[in-house]
Design a protein around this ligand. Structure first.
Ligand code: FAD
Length: 465
């Protein structure tokens, strides 16, 4: 029976990146993946296809509504949804094949099939033709990711009641889409279909959207989405979803009063849960926490000495780059190096238009932790590049330690902030102060100048506002 030093279950961003780093470090490495393609949720049904549709739908909307404002006259653009979907599929295919190429280049064994633990040193893999083969491991890394959840008694059929996976593959633009859950996945997918012509109504249980985000940014984001035509029912509970011949009826309750919303498609985006189905963890005794995540120590070790877990299946933000960092860290730790992830500096981005990006602590967290802070804010309406491009919505908000001036958190809403957040993450990794950012020369005219100005504003000396 073949034995591997580093045997990963799951070929998503956690698993495949970990496998590449382990192979680079000379470990005999294999990766088991049941999907038929590498890249996990992220490449196949997550980050990448959603960003393809966000990009295409943004261009479509701009061509329809904004080109004429800047002197570009075109015939009314029409939507070829099938082509938009096949463009997305082609991009996904190219990227998943790219990982196969990287596996070959790094001499990683790609085992196609579903893996489950036979005992504490053996994994059995069943392939698509139902053949079973066993593999021994010195160390196994569980990187099996997460799957969408729903609400009690609401069944996802991926046709009328869809998860994000179904929402990425609708064959026509719904007349009305109800999005249950005002988190980033619901708002990104809602934006796609809104731009393509659907009426979109978001139902959120809380009295605000995007829980966990700095509230000032979240409130500004809500207003911008409303201005774009997205409708919101906040503080509203979904009681039931009943399918009918025209689509579905969503029954909701607000302040004790029930009402019905009819629509053609319901997107359930109420969160994701760790995926441990079929791994046989109970058989070998790997412990889960109360939320069904695999319990690990700070070096990703489960309660068994040679079994580790990373990515969405463990605690922490369910984000591809967090999973990747953990994949690299575990490969380095198991090679005798000091792999490490700084959980204080994990950026989060929502790829709507404008984008939303943040890293570090929110104002609410600083208040809760009784940390004194200063705020520097700068609006994109006062940034030359944003202004000239008609992209003045949003702002940059820097939170710095009151005494030391060290940057504790940055929250932005505006054009291209998803790329700009990397500057802040780097600054925070180096322990930068707001003054360090303020004294750094930023190219003109760029959106990033808004970061410099916000850093100046921490010391009440912004130039352009
Ligand atoms: P996954 O990517 O879920 O990969 C796990 C893999 O394990 C899967 O391919 C699965 O088939 C395989 N597997 C499971 N069990 C077994 C088994 N027993 N045997 C063999 N294989 C198995 N994150 C971002 O950072 N940015 C974004 O813009 C973003 N957008 C998203 C949009 C959507 C619509 C969704 C759904 C998610 C998005 N995410 C985004 C989240 C991101 O996709 C996840 O955080 C990331 O994929 C987690 O990586 P992972 O390696 O832990 O698991």
């Amino acid at each position: 029976m073949e034995e591997f030093d580093f045997l990963v279950i799951g070929g998503g961003p956690g698993g495949y990146v970990g496998a590449i780093r382990a192979a680079q470090l000379g470990l005999k490495t294999a990766c088991i993946e049941s999907r038929g393609t590498l890249g996990g949720t992220c490449l196949n049904v997550g980050c990448i296809p959603s960003k393809a549709l966000l990009h295409s739908s943004d261009l479509y909307k701009k061509a329809k509504t904004e080109f004429k404002n800047i002197g570009i006259n075109i015939n009314e653009p029409s939507l070829d949804l099938a082509k938009m979907m096949s463009h997305k599929a082609k991009g996904v295919e190219g990227l998943t094949k790219g990982i196969e190429f990287l596996f070959k280049k790094n001499k990683i064994t790609y085992i196609k099939g579903f893996g489950s633990f036979k005992d504490k040193n053996t994994i059995s893999v069943i392939d698509q033709s139902n053949n079973q083969k066993d593999y021994k491991f010195k160390n196994a890394i569980i990187a099996t990711g997460s799957v969408p959840t729903s609400l009690p008694n609401i069944e996802i059929d991926e046709k009328t009641v869809v998860s994000s996976t179904g929402a990425l593959n609708l064959s026509s633009v719904p007349k009305k889409l109800v999005v249950v859950g005002g988190g980033y996945i619901g708002l990104e997918m809602g934006s796609v279909w809104l731009r393509l012509g659907a009426e979109v109504q978001v139902i959120e249980y809380l009295d605000y959207i995007t829980p966990g985000m700095d509230r000032e940014v979240s409130d500004a984001f809500l207003k911008i989405l409303q201005k774009q035509g997205m409708q919101f029912n906040l503080s509203t509970k979904v009681i039931s979803v009943k399918k009918n011949k025209n689509g579905a009826t969503v029954t909701v309750e607000k302040n004790g009063a029930k009402s019905d919303i009819n629509c053609d498609i319901v997107l359930m985006s109420v969160g994701r849960k760790p995926n441990t189905v079929g791994l046989n963890l109970d058989k070998i005794g790997v412990k889960l926490d109360s939320k069904g995540r695999i319990e690990t120590d700070h070096k990703y070790k489960t309660n068994l000495d040679n079994i580790y877990a990373i990515g969405d299946v463990i605690d922490g933000p369910m984000l591809a780059h967090k999973a990747e960092e953990e994949g690299i860290a575990i490969a380095e730790l198991l090679s005798g190096k000091s792999g490490h992830v700084n959980y204080n500096v994990i950026p989060g981005v929502i790829y709507t238009s404008p984008e939303v990006a943040s890293v570090g602590k929110t104002e609410e967290q600083l208040k809760e932790q009784k940390i004194s802070y200063k705020i520097g804010k700068f609006p994109f309406a006062a940034n030359a590049r944003a202004k000239i491009n008609d992209e003045g919505d949003g702002f940059v908000k820097i939170l710095a330690d009151e005494k030391t001036d060290r940057v504790l958190g940055v929250h932005m809403i505006g054009p291209d902030v998803g790329n700009m957040i990397a500057e802040i993450a780097l600054a925070m990794e180096f322990g930068a102060s707001a003054e360090d950012i303020a004294r750094t020369c930023h190219a003109h005219p760029t959106y990033a100048e808004a970061i410099k100005e916000a850093a100046l504003a921490v010391d009440k000396r912004a130039i352009h506002f």
